[in-house]
Write a new protein. Structure first.
Length: 393
């Protein structure tokens, strides 16, 4: 079984490029060029240099001693929370801004829900001096004021999406409309391993630095490149794609994907996309998405804004269908507890998205000799108010 994208842009039955005809030239230009550009020595050099000097890579692979003792197994944290801007998202935006420059683009657009991807995009636009417009639902703008302020401080324009539910999917629609109207000078930086081909593959490749580093680091401390498990939370799937990438075709490495169950998978307030999802098309790719019986996209819910997406990237839909990865869903309550636990056992306050991945130790048992890698996708500073309200701190 192949877990990478094929030349038609599919992962098994999922993926492809389902786009309006007017978007075809933009996506086709990217598809035609992305692998060529990424293979250029100059591109690689600039990408690696920025990951090192600007993002702060390689990120540490940290042996979590007290957490390991508590769950009687060997737990390593891949510290993406230490990246500049506080999460893995910047690995992708650095790659895409360099891609945009190579394609002679002068203007960047992006969509954002919680604002994390908007901030990562505004950051790299400031870095290279490019115009940046971020679309964001009106409701999200009100909910995520600090990130809106960050984007403005970085010089980006934040444009409200006023239609529909005025959240992420409406912001995405606005961004697509903008791209159709500005095909020549504009590049659209998508924020996860979603969207029409080649986006999911391109984003996975930019994030793959995570598992590339993990292999080298694990070899040094454990004498072997391959752990027994790699665990990551899944919103659209970019941090998981990066953490899994160089292990996809290593059958001895078990992959665990953690989705947000919200108030419970059966509660009607959840974002457990793979379990609840049915095949459909969202944002240009065929994948699993939450929909009603007549095909309307259902609003997802999670306490964590970054996991609150009604679909999942096509790579992950395939990992689910083929059973290459085990999918576990974790409720708000269990995630919040796990976030508090990591804070007090290791002195690391994780993002609430990440707390979902950490919560699996409550239910799933590992052997004392198992080596378990957790993708610590982001830090919890942005979530402090949610933690405060929840724990009445
Ligand atoms: C955005 C985000 C996620 C979810 O996005 P993926 O593309 O699935 O990785 C997870 N963790 C953090 C910290 C995030 O900011």
């Amino acid at each position: 079984m192949n877990y990478h994208v094929n030349e038609k842009g599919y992962y098994g039955q999922f993926g492809g490029a389902f786009i309006p005809e007017m978007l075809y030239p933009n996506v086709e230009e990217l598809r035609h060029n992305y692998l060529k550009v990424m293979a250029e020595p100059d591109f690689k050099k600039e990408f690696d240099q920025l990951l090192k000097d600007y993002v702060g890579r390689p990120t540490p692979l940290y042996f979590a001693k007290r957490l390991s003792k508590k769950y009687n197994t060997k737990i390593y944290l891949k510290r993406e929370d230490l990246c500049h801007t506080g999460a893995h998202k910047i690995n992708n935006t650095i790659g895409q801004i360099l891609m945009a420059k190579r394609l002679k683009k002068t203007r960047i657009i992006a969509e954002t829900g919680a604002g994390q991807h908007g901030v990562a995009t505004a950051t790299v636009c400031a870095l290279v001096g490019m115009e940046c417009v971020v679309y964001m639902g009106e409701i999200d703008i009100a909910r995520q004021a600090p990130n809106v302020a960050r984007m403005k401080m970085l010089g980006a324009e934040v444009r409200p999406a006023l239609s529909g539910s005025r959240t992420l999917k409406d912001a995405t629609n606005e961004a697509i409309r903008d791209w159709i109207n500005n095909p020549v000078n504009t590049h659209y930086i998508i924020g996860s391993a979603v969207g029409p081909h080649p986006y999911p593959d391109m984003v996975a490749r930019f994030q793959s630095v995570v598992s590339k580093e993990t292999k080298l680091q694990l070899k040094e401390v454990e004498g072997r490149e391959n752990p027994d498990y790699v665990v990551a939370c899944v919103g659209g799937g970019s941090n998981a794609a990066g953490a899994y990438y160089h292990y996809l075709n290593e059958p001895s490495v078990k992959l665990i994907a953690v989705e947000a169950a919200g108030k419970g998978v059966e509660s009607g307030e959840s974002a457990a996309t793979s379990v609840l999802g049915k095949e459909g098309v969202i944002h240009g790719s065929k994948t699993l998405l939450m929909q009603s019986t007549d095909g309307q996209i259902t609003e997802p819910y999670s306490i964590s804004a970054g996991l609150d997406y009604p679909g999942v990237g096509p790579m992950h839909a395939h990992l689910y269908k083929s059973k290459r990865a085990e999918f576990i869903s974790v409720t708000d309550d269990k995630a919040m507890e796990a976030g508090l636990e990591l804070s007090q056992l290791e002195g690391i306050i994780p993002a609430i998205e990440t707390s979902h991945a950490l919560a699996i130790f409550k239910d799933k048992k590992f052997k004392p000799k198992d080596v378990v890698i957790i993708s610590l996708s982001g830090r919890g500073d942005k979530d402090l108010n949610t933690y405060i309200d929840y724990f009445k701190l």
